[in-house]
Design a binder for this molecule. Structure first.
Ligand code: SMG
Ligand code: MG
Length: 368
């Protein structure tokens, strides 16, 4: 397979409703779409960096810059480049995992399309449908939250995740438990909004039998998470801290988490995400697939990953309609609380050219 070049598109997709987390409110998803063009097939990738460096240090404009200035020029020097060679060739560049992941996925998709292999099979999937959870943002009031949760349960979601922050934690969790009962699979995500001294406060979540609390403390605070895990009964799950298979192994060894959220973008790609899955399975640590408000491109790939055997908890693999009234691929629709794993070659979905053009705000082309 011979690479012709890469197209980068910055897109802007309006959200169906504002999404508030402990680090800000989003009304539009700005994202990066990568297309790898080869003599045999085209492949698609999606960058999950956000507009601002608030979830992590990465952001969309930095992603475009590092990909065009450093990553693609380095890859252009590699003879017989394949997807497995992307991470080694880019290892000398520190960080920028979301950017590396987007490029790797585009090339992997092109390769798999050329050989007719679905991504799910390539990764080792064992299921053809995956259970769907939904992430529910911070709201202005408890009644508003209860309405939102009610709507998602009606749509069939099998797990609810509440975004929390200081001042919006115990009361909303209690209200959801009182209204919807103890059988609802319920978890919370703080996106690093708490500190080591908050252990006694967070222990007030213990009576609500949550599946997990996700990333309560700073991304670099593994020791703090290990101490917190001893002070509360709610299982601690890490998201932001898990940037590689090594980070996952270290966090597990330290007792900093008993569950891991795997996001391929955060860890540099689907191949590293699979290694994290393998590390967790070897340590009896359940994993689930996180989400970054992906378009159909990233969503298709996430659903393929979530079909691996160690993904025993429902992921943030929601339907396209959770965020977008119009996706750029065929929409993912939740049925019986599940999404179907695409079966076509590669990621199994292709963006609609007009839909993609309609949301594109900038395009760059890099020739190989
Ligand atoms: O794709 O459903 C999704 C988003 C799920 O809550 C979600 N993601 O920390 O897990 C997380 C957040 C990161 C993005 S928040 C704007
Ligand atoms: Mg999270």
């Amino acid at each position: 397979m011979k690479l012709t070049g890469f197209e980068l598109r910055v897109i802007e997709m309006p959200l169906v409703s504002p999404f508030r987390t402990s680090f800000g409110v989003q009304t539009v998803r700005e994202a990066l779409i990568v297309r790898a063009v080869t003599d045999e097939a085209e492949g698609w990738g999606e960058g999950v960096a956000m507009s601002d460096p608030l979830y992590s240090s990465e952001y969309v404009e930095a992603s475009v810059d590092v990909i065009t200035r450093f990553l693609l020029p380095a890859l252009a020097q590699v003879k017989d480049l394949d997807a497995g060679g992307v991470a080694p060739a880019l290892a000398k560049f520190k960080g920028h995992r979301m950017s590396k992941a987007a490029v790797e996925l585009a090339l992997l998709d092109a390769e798999l399309r050329a050989t007719g292999v679905p991504l799910s099979r390539e990764l080792g999937a064992v299921r053809d449908r995956v259970d769907c959870g939904v992430s529910v943002g911070i709201m202005d009031s408890i009644p508003q939250l209860l309405d939102a949760v009610d709507g998602y349960l009606d749509e069939g979601y099998v797990r609810i995740k509440l975004k929390i922050e200081p001042g919006w934690d115990i009361d909303p969790v209690r209200a959801v438990r009182e209204r919807f009962g103890d059988d609802v699979l319920l978890q919370v995500d703080a996106n690093t909004a708490y500190h080591r001294g908050d252990a006694r406060h967070l222990a007030k979540l213990d009576p609500f039998d949550l599946l997990l609390i996700e990333q309560p403390l700073d991304e670099e605070d593994l020791l703090g998470h290990a101490q917190l895990a001893k002070a509360i009964t709610t299982p601690v799950c890490l998201d932001e801290s898990i940037v590689s298979a090594r980070a996952a192994a270290d966090a597990i060894a330290l007792g900093a988490c008993s569950i891991v959220n795997i996001k391929p973008g955060r860890v540099g790609g689907y191949l590293e995400a699979r290694r994290i899955h393998d590390v967790c399975v070897a340590n009896d640590i359940p994993v689930w697939c996180g989400g970054m408000l992906e378009t159909g491109i990233g969503r298709a790939a996430n659903v393929a990953l979530a079909a691996l055997p160690g993904f025993t908890l429902p992921g943030d693999t929601s339907g396209s309609g959770r965020y977008y009234s119009q996706d750029i691929t065929e929409p993912f629709v939740v049925e019986d609380g599940t999404l179907t794993v695409p079966t076509g070659p590669g990621i199994g979905v292709t963006p609609d050219a007009d839909a993609l053009d309609a949301v594109t705000v900038r395009t760059e082309w890099v020739t190989f």
